[in-house]
Design a protein around this ligand. Structure first.
Ligand code: FES
Ligand SMILES: [Fe+2]
Length: 385
């Protein structure tokens, strides 16, 4: 966040603390519980949100060196992302052009990808280098049987992929600035390219993917559900929210923010006292923590709306001299709070949604980030409920 914006957000938060208030949505928002469990809705979300829109794949430092790669199933599309020998980030369908086996697993560094099924070999730019039976495949044009390209881009230290093959005549890149809108300079100011990956954790809770995102979009529950973990450190039910197209940014204050009041406006540094949660539509949250970056991404289960895959990654500053134990402590707090408090309760809520006994949930005016997220989903899907 740029300095002037940081000061403005800090002022807004202090004003809310003084007035015992918080940023408000225009009105209450009612959402159908069936939206968390219905197969038809899940299919529409997969097609409109997870195929047509750029999906945030984490920071570019995940692929730090040429030859680094990662694989991930993005809402049913097996994706391979590579950093080529030329330094460029590219994405492909992780599907061998022979008979469809994944050519890479997990993540790592490789000069080439050798398909485990019959040994066809591809380079990090997706080119088919060779088959293993020259007679059996005589006449096959290698040049037109590279891995299927998916649009991808790296910008402001962030990587994106659109999990739908590049169509004829279409660009293989993504206009990230157009996608992020006025949030682009805000994110650029974070210098995300200077945060290497510390850890990656994955869980598969029995909740709809939207609920995994909802968890982060209000501070209203902090004093209640998290009273034994993070509540003592945060000002509950108090925050700023700014909508940015389909995306949004919510900021919450740590109780330590009180210490800045003694300083003149120009000398204030809110960085240690304000947590910024960037909601990258549709399924990711980039959380600017006091001294590191925490990213959560939720993906719908391939054929079950009541399951999702969630990844939490922690990135630490490249110039930090803190011991690994310090970052492990941060990781542990995040895991205990979200995976042991938020998600277990969410699994019980998911049961309630699926029971059909209630028809709707209500997001309050004090939960503007949540209201905006679900309004954005409706807008992107072109539905009214
Ligand atoms: S499926 Fe990859 S070489 Fe046969
Ligand atoms: Fe929570």
């Amino acid at each position: 966040m740029e300095r002037q914006e940081q000061l403005a957000v800090g002022r807004r938060l202090l004003g809310h603390i003084d007035g015992r208030s918080t940023d408000l949505a225009d009105e209450l928002f009612r959402n159908r519980t069936v939206n968390y469990s219905c197969h038809t809705r899940a299919a529409a979300e997969r097609d409109r949100l997870f195929r047509d829109l750029p999906i945030f794949m984490g920071l570019g430092t995940r692929l730090a060196k040429p030859g680094d790669y990662l694989t991930e199933d993005v809402a049913g599309v097996p994706v391979l992302m590579t950093r080529g020998a030329d330094g460029e980030v590219r994405a492909f369908a992780n599907i061998c052009r022979h008979r469809g086996a994944p050519v890479a697993e997990g993540c790592g560094n490789a000069r080439a990808f050798v398909c485990p099924y019959h040994g066809w070999t591809y380079d990090s730019a997706g080119r088919l280098l060779g088959t293993t039976d020259k007679v059996g495949f005589a006449g096959l044009d290698l040049a037109s049987h590279g891995l299927v390209r998916l649009p991808a881009a790296e910008k402001h230290g962030m990587m994106f992929v659109r999990p739908k093959p590049v169509a004829a005549g279409e660009s293989a890149t993504i206009d990230v600035d157009a996608h992020l809108g006025i949030m682009a300079p805000d994110l650029a100011a974070l210098d995300l390219a200077s945060f290497p990956l510390h850890s990656a954790d994955r869980v598969a809770p029995r909740i709809n993917w939207k609920f995994a995102i909802d968890t982060f979009l209000e501070g209203y529950h902090i004093p209640h559900l998290h009273r034994k973990t993070i509540a003592p450190y945060f000002v509950g039910n108090c925050g700023t929210f700014d909508a940015v197209g389909l995306h949004g940014r919510m900021c919450v204050a740590r109780t330590s923010i009180e210490s800045v009041r003694a300083l003149a406006e120009g000398e204030r540094n809110y960085r240690p006292h304000v947590i910024s949660i960037y909601q990258l539509f549709p399924n990711a949250l980039l959380i600017w923590q006091v001294d590191h970056v925490e990213i959560w991404r939720a993906f719908p289960g391939r054929d079950d709306p009541s399951r999702c895959d969630v990844e939490m990654t922690i990135y630490k500053p490249a110039d930090s001299t803190r011991p690994d134990a310090y970052w492990e402590k941060n990781r542990d707090i995040a895991i205990r709070t979200v995976m042991e408090e938020d998600f277990p309760l969410g699994e019980r809520m998911q049961v309630g949604f699926e029971s059909g006994a209630t028809e709707e949930v209500i997001y309050g005016r004090n939960e503007p980030s949540l209201v905006h997220f679900h309004s954005s989903i409706r807008n992107a899907l072109g539905v009214v409920a």
